[in-house]
Design a protein around this ligand. Structure first.
Ligand code: NAD
Length: 373
């Protein structure tokens, strides 16, 4: 049962224990290439967490801590294995000297938080002696991270330091979108282009600002009426219904809210020629929908390449760099995306697969090791 769950949950990998005596968690680590897992438990505070260090060839493993009420512990394990591996790829592709890691705290973020819990978690992070650097993720606030930082210095994104990463993420997304336009339309100008931004939260709003300033025709959707009202009047953006966004006549679809919005249903409806947004895990099934997108002639900017501004911002803090350095690095996402699309078109391989290859090639060249892919 245990092994079956891991196999089922890790979508792209088949994990086989070679004998019935093999530990399935260690088998999963081997199949995905994880270096270390730290299972954390503290009865006094109720802390249950897993820290996953996927790969440290390029540098310490950096990735956020997520607090989530998982249905069961296997779901949490699957999430941390998958997310930490994703961070290895994201950090490598962004050209950062960072490996990939992630942590999950199992529990209700609304009712279980306490200073004691986060300080205990901080002690566990500290026990890894800098091999893992944590940061905020879903369910975690800056205040929680301040508690963590009382027990370890291996924390990025603290209040008063590098600050909100969203402007850097949005700028990188915007630059990558321009690179897609250059490939698709022959010019990287977005002036007059119809761009539909799904989700106008932290990143989406900054993206809308860049697009409006360049003269794009911007459409927006969100679940918050107030946010929609404010942003549509401030930037003269046209409001779309939550479902309507998939059906309009547009040039660029920019998912900045949810994952898995590029799927069997939406791909039959989307009339765009570029998909470029900040949301994580946009392709419902990478191998299936990445290929369909390519076959339809749509340029898809791989999400983990396009939204690397957030982690660039964290690295700047860890490495003692300033905001200008982070923005310059985010600007270079233009070249990264252009290179990915170029290689995708010449090798006839979907962009997500090319992005994975480039990330792997960098790690393999430096680590002189072959990653299990
Ligand atoms: N903030 C960053 O620096 C950063 C970095 C990398 C990746 N990302 C990813 O980018 C995405 C946006 O991040 P954010 O920080 O702006 O989050 P956010 O929570 O501030 O904004 C998300 C917005 O999407 C809206 N939304 C939710 N469901 C929706 C739906 N069905 N249709 C339309 N809108 C909907 C929310 O109301 C909210 O306004 C997330 O997927 C996040 O993981 C963010």
């Amino acid at each position: 049962m245990f092994k079956f769950l891991i196999i089922e949950m890790i979508e792209t990998k088949e994990i086989h224990a070679t004998s019935s005596s093999e530990n399935p968690v260690i088998a999963a680590m081997g199949a995905l290439g994880h270096e270390q897992l730290l299972f954390c438990n503290d009865n006094a505070t109720g802390l249950k967490a897993i820290i996953a260090v996927h790969n440290t060839v390029l540098g310490p493993a950096l990735g956020g801590t997520r607090m989530w009420m998982y249905n069961n512990e296997m779901e949490a394990l699957n999430d941390v294995l998958r997310l930490s591996r994703g961070m290895t790829y994201k950090n490598s592709l962004a050209g950062l000297n960072l490996g990939g890691g992630k942590a999950v705290i199992i529990g209700d973020a609304r009712s279980m938080k306490s200073e004691a819990l986060f300080r205990r978690f901080g002690k566990f992070v500290n026990s890894l002696a800098g091999k893992y650097i944590t940061a905020e993720d879903v369910g975690i606030s800056p205040k929680d991270m301040v508690y963590v930082s009382m027990e370890t210095k291996h924390v990025a994104g603290l209040p008063g330091k590098s600050g909100d990463p969203s402007p850097v993420t949005a700028f990188g997304t915007y630059m990558g979108m321009k690179a897609c336009a250059k490939k698709q339309y022959g010019s990287d100008s977005l002036s007059g282009k119809k761009v539909a931004v799904q989700g106008v939260g932290h990143v989406g709003e900054y993206l809308v600002k860049h697009l409006t300033e360049e003269g794009a025709q911007v459409f927006i959707s969100d679940i918050h009426e107030e946010t929609l009202k404010r942003i549509s009047s401030e930037y003269n953006a046209k409001v779309l219904g939550l479902n309507e966004i998939y059906d309009i006549d547009m040039d660029i679809y920019a998912p900045c809210a949810l994952g898995a919005t590029v799927n069997d249903d939406t791909l039959n409806r989307l009339k765009c020629s570029i998909i470029a947004g900040a949301a994580n895990n946009q392709l419902a099934q990478e191998t299936v929908h990445g290929k369909i997108v390519m076959d339809k002639g749509i340029i898809y900017a791989p999400d983990f390449a396009l939204n690397a501004g957030g982690v660039i911002n964290c690295f700047a803090e860890v490495d003692g760099q300033d905001t200008k350095w982070a923005m310059d690095k985010a600007e270079a996402i233009y070249d990264t995306i252009y290179g990915i699309v170029d290689r995708s078109q010449s090798e006839n391989i979907p962009t997500y697969a090319i992005a994975n290859k480039i990330a792997e090639e960098r790690i393999e060249a430096i680590g002189k090791v072959k990653l299990p892919m």
